[in-house]
Write a protein that binds this ligand. Structure first.
Ligand code: AMP
Length: 438
C-alpha cells in the first residue's frame, strides 16, 4: 500500500492554517494593488534551460526531470527567473516600467529544517524596467508597510548594495574574481559569526590582513546615515562603491519621503544575499523573534532579464516567504485566528421550513454574510452545538412560530444570548457583527 504521508519538505495546509495564510496573501495583495501592481501567473514547470545558468551555486537545488517526450524540464526555483522569461517573451505587450505581483509555489531541493521547505510559497513584487532609486525605495516601503499591517513587532529591513561589498573586497586588495568568494563568506555572517567568516575568507585564499580589513568594514554599525558616512570615507578610493553609496542614499531619501519610520530600516554592509543575479541594492527583513532566517529578501537585478531579452532591463523586486511569515505569526500569536469562514449557521427546524430556511441563507449571503446551512432538519439544540463546535458565531432558526410572525430567532453562541427579530433586523445585526470583526 502507498504510504499515507506527504513528501518530505512539502506540507499539507489544513483549514486553520490556510485561513491565516490567506489573510497574509490577501493583505499583501491589497497593498500591491494599492500601489498599482498587476497580477501575473506563470507555470510551475519551466524548461530546465530557462533556469540554468542564472542561480550560481544554488543551481544544484533545482528539481529537474524529463517528460514523456524527453524534454528537460524543471520545477521553478523562484518566480524571478520566470518573470525574466515573461518580460522577454511578451516584450511587445508589456508597458515598462511594469509593476507586477505574483503568488505561488517554488521548489528547492534543500535540506528541510524549521522554516525551510522544499515546496514553499512566495509572494513577489517587482518593478521591471526602471533603474530609478525610487523603484527600490517603493519596494522597500511596501515591505515595511506589509510587515506593519501583519503586525510584526520590531522587524528591521537591512539594506546594502552589491557594489559596496565589491568595493570592500577591492579596497582590501582582492581581484574581481575573488570578490565572489567574499559575497559567499559574508553571506554566512549571521550563521557562523565573524570568526567563521574570517576562517572561510582565509580558506578561499584571502590574506589574514585583508580578511581583517573586510571584517572591520562589514561590521560598521550605526544609523543608516552614520554607516553610509563611514563607508564613504573608507571606500573613497573605489569609484563604483562611491556611486553605490550615492545610490543607496537616494533610496533612503525616498524611504523617508514615503513616510517609512526610520527604525524600520538600517544599512548593513554585511548583508550579501546568496543569489548571484543581484547587481545593486539588496535587502532582507529580519525580526529578533525569529533568529532562524529572513522573513523575505530581495534586491536589484539589472542583468538577469537581459539574459533572455538580449538587452538589459533594470529591475528591482522581492519575494515574501509566505511559509516563513506564517510560521512566525503562529509563533508570535499574530493575526486573526478564525476557526471557520462562516459567520452564520442556518438551522433546519422541520421539513416544512427547509425551503424558507434556504431562502434566508441566500438572503444572508446576498448581504455579504458567509453562511452555512444545516443539511438535515432535526433537534435544534444539537444543531446549535454543531454550529458552536465549528466555531460559527450566530445560529438562526426559522420555526413555524417565527415564520408566522415574519421573524427569525438569532442566537449569539459566543455570548449565549438569544432573541427573535424581524428578518431584516436580523440580517442588519449580522452585517454589523461582520463589520465589527473586520
Ligand atoms: P529567495 O528567493 O532565496 O530570495 O528567498 C526569498 C524568501 O523566500 C526568503 O526570505 C524566505 O522567506 C523564503 N524562502 C526561501 N527559501 C525557502 C525555503 N526553502 N522554505 C521556506 N521559505 C523559503
Amino acid at each position: 500500500m502507498a504510504p499515507i504521508q506527504n513528501v518530505k519538505g512539502m506540507r499539507d495546509h489544513l483549514p486553520a492554517d490556510m485561513m491565516l495564510r490567506q489573510y497574509i496573501v490577501n493583505t499583501l495583495t491589497r497593498i500591491s494593488e494599492s500601489h498599482g501592481f498587476e497580477p501575473l501567473q506563470t507555470p510551475i514547470i519551466e524548461y530546465a534551460e530557462t533556469l540554468e545558468g542564472k542561480l550560481g551555486d544554488e543551481e544544484k537545488l533545482i528539481y529537474r526531470f524529463e517528460d514523456h517526450g524527453g524534454r528537460r524540464l524543471a520545477l521553478r526555483y523562484d518566480q524571478t527567473v520566470p518573470l525574466a522569461r515573461v518580460t522577454a517573451q511578451y516584450a511587445g505587450q508589456l508597458t515598462l516600467p511594469w509593476r507586477r505581483y505574483a503568488y505561488g509555489p517554488s521548489y528547492r531541493g534543500e535540506r528541510p529544517a524549521r522554516g525551510r521547505y522544499r515546496e514553499f510559497y512566495q509572494f513577489d513584487l517587482d518593478i521591471v524596467g526602471s533603474a530609478s532609486p525610487l523603484a527600490d525605495a517603493e519596494i522597500v516601503a511596501m515591505l515595511c508597510e506589509a510587515l506593519t499591517a501583519l503586525g510584526f513587532p520590531g522587524f528591521v529591513t537591512l539594506l546594502n548594495h552589491r557594489q559596496i561589498i565589491g568595493g570592500i573586497a577591492r579596497v582590501s586588495g582582492l581581484s574581481e574574481e575573488a570578490a565572489g568568494g567574499v559575497y559567499r563568506a559574508i553571506d554566512k555572517f549571521d550563521k557562523i559569526g565573524a570568526d567563521g567568516v574570517r576562517a572561510e575568507l582565509i580558506k578561499s585564499g584571502v590574506t589574514p590582513a585583508a580578511a581583517d580589513q573586510i571584517l572591520e568594514l562589514v561590521q560598521i554599525d550605526g544609523t543608516a546615515d552614520e554607516v553610509l558616512d563611514a563607508l564613504a570615507q573608507k571606500l573613497a578610493a573605489d569609484k563604483r562603491a562611491v556611486a553605490a553609496i550615492a545610490n543607496l542614499r537616494a533610496v533612503l531619501d525616498g524611504l523617508a519621503a514615503m513616510g517609512v519610520p526610520a527604525e524600520q530600516y538600517r544599512v548593513a554592509p554585511r548583508l550579501a544575499r546568496g543569489l548571484s543575479y543581484y547587481t545593486g541594492v539588496v535587502f532582507e527583513a529580519i525580526t529578533p523573534h525569529w533568529p532562524e532566517g529572513s522573513l523575505l529578501g530581495g534586491g536589484r537585478y539589472d542583468h538577469l532579464i537581459g539574459l533572455f531579452a538580449g538587452r538589459n532591463i533594470p529591475t528591482v523586486g522581492l519575494a515574501f516567504g509566505i511559509d516563513r511569515l506564517h510560521d512566525v505569526m503562529i509563533e508570535l500569536n499574530l493575526g486573526p485566528r478564525p476557526q471557520t469562514t462562516a459567520l452564520a449557521f442556518v438551522t433546519l427546524f422541520g421539513a416544512e421550513q427547509v425551503a424558507e430556511s434556504l431562502r434566508l441563507a441566500a438572503e444572508l449571503r446576498a448581504a455579504g454574510i458567509n453562511t452555512l446551512i444545516a443539511l438535515e432538519p432535526g433537534n435544534i439544540g444539537k444543531q446549535f452545538k454543531e454550529a458552536d463546535r465549528r466555531g460559527v458565531r450566530f445560529a438562526l432558526v426559522l420555526g413555524p412560530d417565527e415564520l408566522a410572525r415574519g421573524e427569525v430567532v438569532i442566537k449569539d453562541l459566543q455570548r449565549g444570548e438569544q432573541r427573535s427579530l424581524p428578518r431584516a433586523a436580523a440580517i442588519s445585526l449580522l452585517a454589523e457583527a461582520l463589520n465589527e470583526g473586520k
